[in-house]
Design a binder for this molecule. Structure first.
Ligand SMILES: *Cc1c(COP(=O)(O)O)cnc(C)c1O
Length: 403
């Protein structure tokens, strides 16, 4: 039977910078997804840590349709009620004093890196412009953020690249101690490296970054685009580290599937952006802000965040049990519902193969590099969905070890 809309149109009409799965999802609810053929999948990917409340969440649908009846877009020549409510909530529930809204993670980091450079320029002069980031980190796909990211394969083809960016090994206190200087204006770090392999930062490393940034008057930027909005069982992952950044970027889960990003900053940093310094057409639009405000109000509850921790233990228990039977993972790690399982020596480079087999078995999973299977499911994923997902993962592992 030929379908009205065909998967082959992707190759025919779209820029080939993605390699999407062979099936096309058409409908989803909670943590279940259906494709064009009516095949059902359990979703352990959550749209890459985006669908924090699952698909087609009732409260988000109601919030969006109410806002839709009133005001879609007005532009930043005016403010709007949803964006003011969202900004107030973010400030009152985090370290920050001020918020800038945009539409994606990369844009949030772009704003953070720009404000850090301007802050140093205004306060200390043009010599203070070096940005330190870490190997294997991921900060987005604009030219600035891709250059700051620690994966040269994503930036090298786009030279000339922005200058004065230094990449150092993650979790290595001695190296940054030796390299940071009066020239450094900012250090940007993921509290858990996400795309680069689900690698949590050592608490001592985070603490050292704060001390070094204070010593050299550099701003500390936490990229919480993947770790934020309840993902680790805290509203933001920095709360657990006890280390407070000067700037924090958030996106992905913030809109629960509606595009929105934000940069959270302390007052002294916010001040360097005046009218004209930076901007956006869509950032802070009422539809996105209304939905994000609802997401935040649901996620930022003690019981909800405790539920994320409970699910964490359930996922670890299930993955450990499966690994005892199939012995494919050398390490199972992560926090909350951002989890990575590193393949053993024998299966190096095979994470994509495993996730493809999982999809055939009815489980949507992610990878983080060639050797890590990654899960970032909805934070409210149900018990039945978890157990169905692991049954399907077991079916996939049976095939994986044979093939
Ligand atoms: C996804 C991600 C980004 C980029 O976000 P986009 O919305 O794709 O621009 C940046 N940093 C981290 C840590 C991410 O996980």
């Amino acid at each position: 039977m030929t379908k009205a809309i065909q998967r082959s149109w992707f190759e025919q009409y779209m820029v080939p910078c993605f390699a999407p799965a062979p099936f096309i999802p058409v409908k989803a609810e909670g943590s279940r997804v259906w494709d064009q053929d009516g095949k059902e999948y359990v979703d352990f990917a959550g749209g890459i840590a985006v669908n924090a409340l699952g698909h087609a969440n009732k409260e988000l649908k109601e919030t969006l349709s109410t806002q839709m009846e009133n005001l879609w877009h007005i532009g930043n020549g005016y403010t709007n009620e949803p964006v003011l409510k969202l900004a107030k909530d973010l400030v009152e529930n985090t370290f920050s004093d001020k918020v800038f809204f945009c539409n994606s993670g990369a844009e949030a980091n772009e704003a953070a890196l720009k404000i850090a450079r301007k802050y140093a320029l205004d306060k200390y002069g043009s010599h203070k412009n070096e940005i330190i980031s870490f190997e294997n980190s991921f900060h987005g796909r604009t030219l600035f953020t891709v250059t700051v990211g620690g994966q040269p394969k994503y930036s090298q083809d786009f030279a000339p690249l922005p200058q004065e960016i230094t990449h150092l090994p993650y979790n290595d206190i001695e190296t940054i101690k030796a390299r940071i200087s009066e020239k450094t204006c900012a250090v940007i770090v993921e509290p858990i490296i996400g795309e680069g392999g689900v690698i949590p930062a050592d608490p001592a490393f985070m603490k050292a970054l704060r001390e070094l940034c204070d010593q050299y008057q550099a701003l500390l930027i936490f990229d919480e685009i993947q770790t934020g909005v309840g993902r680790t069982g805290y509203l933001y992952a920095y709360e657990e580290t006890g280390v407070v950044p000067d700037i924090l970027t958030t996106a992905k889960g913030l809109g629960g599937g509606f595009p929105i990003g934000a940069m959270l900053v302390k007052q002294h940093v916010a001040e360097v952006f005046q009218p004209g310094s930076h901007g956006t057409t869509f950032g802070g639009n009422p539809l996105a802000a209304a939905v994000a405000h609802k997401v935040l109000s649901i996620v930022n509850q003690k019981a909800f965040l405790a539920g994320v921790q409970e699910r964490h233990h359930e996922f670890i228990r299930q993955m450990t049990a499966l690994n005892q039977r199939y012995q494919v993972f050398s390490e199972i790690r992560g926090k909350g519902l951002l989890l990575g399982a590193e393949l053993t020596e024998k299966y190096q480079g095979k994470a994509k193969t495993l996730s493809n087999i999982a999809a055939e078995e009815g489980l949507i999973a992610l990878i983080a590099g060639p050797n890590v299977l990654r899960f970032a499911p909805a934070l409210n994923i149900g018990q039945q969905e978890i157990s169905d997902g692991f049954t399907r993962l077991e079916n996939a592992l049976k095939r994986f070890v044979q093939e």
